[in-house]
Design a protein around this ligand. Structure first.
Ligand code: MTE
Ligand code: MO
Length: 382
């Protein structure tokens, strides 16, 4: 085991140690599992099924199946937002052009950068437009390897006025591609050098020990840990070094609201870091029969934020008080997600809206404050 593997393994076993009294996969050992309740939010997309092409290509992950063993998503189970273009030719040596505020533009050959590939650990990615129509399934985590972004910058001589990098990928689709997507083509984002280094951005070449799958950016994509997925261009082929006067890209503007910007700024420098706040949601409500009585258990995930915390609260309707989640192990770090669970005895049959919150009011958690990940169920037996 490498150091990262061992850390992942330890984290996963620790994450579930809060429920060691429960049986296999965390279920009560003596109970009968009766299945999961259905979410009442209208779902319009299939789950765990790769469909569509190009910009419209999607895979929404079925998060209700998450277990401690599947917290690292397999390559073909990882969510997809935009599939590789039919025009993408990744056979010849891939190149990345670095231009803009450099002494001399250079064309880097990916094979020449491969010496800098190192394990980067497990990182979660979430689409900022991750809504109920796809059961919030635009969320996955993988173990990545890649080239630290700083190593790429070392290959060029940077002019002193450069403060930012505009990173772009291959985003050309055949005219006959039947896109009906509301999404616009392109995923270029402008980052402050400082953001790229402090968040540990890297150019990923491997996912879970294998070359990146084509739909996930083969042969190389950017990953900005703890930022929304819209800031991680796939099929990266160009880096332009720019200064503070650089306009925002159309992609940044399209995603301004979803990344919690103030309005839709015209200049890249007026965009705040698109990092994910502390977030949590239920992924399933299990129904059990224990000692002849029906009981429920809510299982969910916790992710985002800048430091590990487990002061998670849950409530089962807006008029109810929040109460501490009964089993929420403290994660080791916030690069990826962890599981929590909470036994639930509804007072009466009826509809319940489940919401999560963080106890510390000083913590930034904009989506929790908005009730963004709240989900509802109907209980027929209490
Ligand atoms: N070149 C390119 N990169 C892209 C996109 C795109 O449309 N084109 N979509 C972005 C968005 S919105 C998300 S959420 C992530 C999704 O990455 P995944 O499909 O590997 O899960 O890729 C990002 N990178
Ligand atoms: Mo996204």
């Amino acid at each position: 085991m490498t150091r990262t593997d061992r850390r992942d393994f330890l984290r996963q076993s620790l994450a579930w140690s809060g429920v060691v009294l429960l049986g296999e996969r965390g279920f009560p050992a003596d109970g009968e599992y009766l299945g999961n309740l259905t979410w009442l939010e209208k779902r319009t997309r299939p789950l765990d099924e790769l469909y569509g092409s190009g910009l419209d290509g999607r895979l929404y992950k079925d998060l209700s199946k998450l277990t401690p063993e599947t917290l690292v998503t397999s390559n073909d189970g990882f969510y997809v937002r935009t599939r590789a273009s039919a025009l993408l030719d990744a056979t010849s040596p891939w190149t990345i052009t670095v231009r803009g505020l450099v002494k001399e533009p250079v064309t880097l050959r990916l094979p020449d950068l491969k010496a800098h590939v190192v394990p980067q650990g497990t990182h979660l990615m979430e689409c900022s437009g991750n809504g109920p129509g796809g059961a919030h399934g635009l969320l996955s985590a993988a173990r990545w390897s890649g080239i630290p972004f700083g190593e790429v910058l070392k290959k060029v001589s940077i002019q002193p006025q450069a403060t930012r990098a505009l990173v772009s990928g291959f985003d050309q689709y055949p005219p006959e591609d039947p896109n009906t997507s509301f999404s616009r083509v392109g995923a270029s984002w402008v980052f402050m050098f400082e953001e790229l280094s402090s968040f540990g951005a890297f150019m990923a070449t491997e996912m879970n020990g294998a070359p990146l799958p084509r739909d996930h950016g083969f042969p190389v994509r950017l990953i900005v840990p703890r930022w929304y997925g819209c800031c991680s261009p796939k099929w990266v082929n160009e880096i332009v070094l720019v200064d503070d006067g650089e306009p925002a890209t159309s992609h940044m503007k399209e995603f301004a609201t979803r990344t919690h910007q103030q309005g839709t700024p015209e200049l890249a420098k007026d965009y705040v870091s698109a990092s994910m706040d502390h977030s949590a949601m239920p992924v399933r409500v299990e129904k059990w029969r224990v000692d002849g009585k029906v009981s429920y258990r809510v299982v969910g995930i916790l992710w985002g934020g800048d430091r590990p915390r487990n002061d998670l609260l849950i409530r089962f309707n807006p008029e109810e008080e929040y109460q501490p989640v009964s089993s929420c192990p403290l994660p080791e770090e916030t690069a990826t997600w962890s599981l929590w669970s909470h036994p639930w005895t509804p007072r009466a049959p009826g509809k319940y809206r489940i919401e999560l919150q963080i106890r510390d009011a000083t913590v930034r958690k904009r989506r929790l404050d908005l009730g963004y990940y709240g989900r509802s169920v109907e209980v027929s037996e209490a």
